[in-house]
Every structure is written in structure tokens, then in C-alpha cells.
Design a protein around this ligand. Structure first.
Ligand SMILES: Nc1ncnc2c1ncn2[C@@H]1O[C@H](COP(=O)(O)OP(=O)(O)OP(=O)(O)O)[C@@H](O)[C@H]1O
Ligand SMILES: [Mg+2]
Length: 261
């Protein structure tokens, strides 16, 4: 019931982007994909969701894409893209309904309203999406995705949230709120695969981490094995120190210098 990508290779035009990437995520876990700009995180996520074609083998809950119809895919996985542009003046509730109606829950107004409450947008239903702030737009899109795969386990099978930089334009309070939502989704049996730039939030909330560098997997595994001084400093080409806060027993990262020493 996992998401598994084996030997994923993607080229766009004649440009090779991913080179034989192996990836595996389990339900019940938050799996973070980290790595520098241009390392292939969005491309990997889009290959895993079937939004771009890739060589290699990708299975979602034991079935390969070519054996799933689009509506079947929509009922088991929701995708939050890195950037969303809406060309028409949709209201917030209409945006959320787009997700809801793509999933298995029909037009449940309770789910739509609860999803908006969960992302802190209660009372925004009638506002125009284009007139929201950047962070509010991102949270409205997350409410859309959450409504689509509202139940973390549907008909005995896990559902999946694929989130590309879900906290990128959020303030620290909303960053924590969204990561806690992701954590709860996984704790209730769903799977979360999230592209992250914030390594401290990754250390706090992820069970597994895949570090990409130049279209390849530099490391994958538990947080403590991937978020290390050497692996991160090499991938990001800067000096980073991974520390443990003794009182809280939590990992935190401190940037040191822009150039590697
Ligand atoms: N449509 C495209 N055409 C050409 N090159 C592309 C296209 N999409 C992505 N790329 C290239 O593929 C590489 C990986 O891009 P990708 O968007 O996966 O990176 P990323 O790790 O998500 O980066 P970021 O952290 O900046 O979002 C980059 O070098 C990018 O320029
Ligand atoms: Mg990206």
C-alpha cells in the first residue's frame, strides 16, 4: 500500500532532470523531499503523481498508473502544486468544492467548511481567491486538496497528500498549523509526501526524508540519517550544523556560512 518509484528517469525536451531515482513512502508517515533549488523535487513529485511522464516504474497503493483511471487516482491522492494560477474569479468555497467534487465525497458542505476551518480560513467562503494574500491563497488550495482526500483511509486503503512546498509563503504560526495537519493525516493512516525547504520543520515533523541533489538521491531514510552536517552541507553547498536541543530533545539546524568551509 506504499508509493514506490523505481529507477525514475525524467527528461524534459533533451534535458535530463531525474537520473534513476528510487523512492518509497509508506502510509502512516510524513515523507519529506528536500534538496536545493533545481535538484528535481517538483519533477519527482509530479512523476509520482502521474502529472508528467517518466521512465521507470511507479506504483501507488500497489497499482501502477496505467491500470488506474483518472477518477480513481483523484479519489486516493490529492496534489498541492508549488504554484497555482486561477484565471477566473472563483470564490474560496468554489475552489474548495473543486477538490471535494473530484474526490469520493461528492458535494459535502460539512467537509468543505471543516477543511477551511482546519486551514484557518473560516469566514472566507465568499471571498474571491484572487483577492486573498499569497499565504491565504496557499491555505485555500490546501483546503481544496484536503477536501478531495478527506478521509486518510478510504475503503480500507490509505489516501495520499502530495504537497509541493505547502508552507512556503506561510507565517510561522500557520506553518506549524499546516505541518500538524499533515502529521495528523499520517497518524490516522494516510500518507503524506511533502517537498520542503525548511529543514527545521522537516526535522520536527518528518518520519522519512529523501535528499535530492542534481536529479539524484543523495540520501534517504530516517531524519537522523539524512539531516547530517556532511550530507546537507554537500547538497546545499553551504555550511550547516545539525544540533540537538537538550531540553526539548529535538533536532535543529543552524546555517553557518554561505560558502562551504
Ligand atoms: N518544463 C521545463 N522545461 C525545462 N526544464 C525544466 C522544466 N521543468 C523543470 N525543469 C528543470 O528541471 C530541473 C529541476 O526542476 P524542479 O522544478 O524539479 O526543481 P525543484 O527541486 O523543485 O526546485 P525549487 O526548489 O526551485 O522548486 C531544473 O533545472 C529546472 O530548470
Ligand atoms: Mg520545486
Amino acid at each position: 500500500m506504499s508509493v514506490i518509484g523505481t529507477n525514475i528517469t525524467v527528461s524534459i525536451g533533451r534535458k535530463p532532470i531525474l537520473h534513476g531515482v528510487n523512492f518509497a513512502a509508506e502510509p502512516g508517515e510524513v515523507h519529506a523531499i528536500v534538496g536545493p533549488n533545481g535538484s528535481g523535487k517538483t519533477t519527482l513529485l509530479r512523476a509520482l503523481t502521474g502529472d508528467i511522464s517518466a521512465n521507470g516504474r511507479i506504483t501507488l497503493s500497489d497499482r501502477s498508473f496505467d491500470r488506474k483511471r483518472p477518477w480513481e487516482m483523484a479519489s486516493i491522492r490529492g496534489v498541492l502544486p508549488q504554484v497555482t494560477v486561477l484565471s477566473f474569479p472563483f470564490t474560496v468555497i468554489e475552489v474548495v468544492r473543486m477538490g471535494l467534487e473530484a474526490g469520493p465525497h461528492g458535494a459535502s458542505p460539512e467537509i468543505a467548511h471543516q477543511a477551511l476551518r482546519d486551514v484557518g480560513l473560516e469566514g472566507y467562503e465568499g471571498r474571491f481567491f484572487q483577492e486573498l494574500s499569497g499565504g491565504e491563497q496557499q491555505r485555500a488550495q490546501l483546503a481544496r486538496v484536503l477536501s478531495q482526500v478527506w478521509e486518510p483511509v478510504q475503503d480500507g486503503a490509505p489516501c495520499w497528500l502530495f504537497l509541493d512546498e505547502p508552507v512556503a509563503s506561510l507565517d510561522i504560526g500557520h506553518q506549524l498549523g499546516v505541518m500538524e495537519l499533515a502529521r495528523r493525516y499520517a497518524d490516522r493512516g494516510g500518507g503524506v509526501i511533502a517537498v520542503m525547504h525548511d529543514l527545521n520543520l522537516t526535522a520536527m515533523f518528518a518520519d522519512q526524508v529523501t535528499l535530492l541533489s542534481k536529479g539524484e538521491v543523495a540520501a534517504t531514510g530516517e531524519v537522523a540519517n539524512v539531516l547530517t552536517d556532511d550530507l546537507l552541507s554537500a547538497a546545499y553547498a553551504c555550511t550547516l550544523r545539525v544540533n540537538m536541543a537538550p531540553s526539548a530533545g529535538k533536532t535543529f539546524l543552524l546555517p553557518q556560512t554561505a560558502a562551504r568551509s
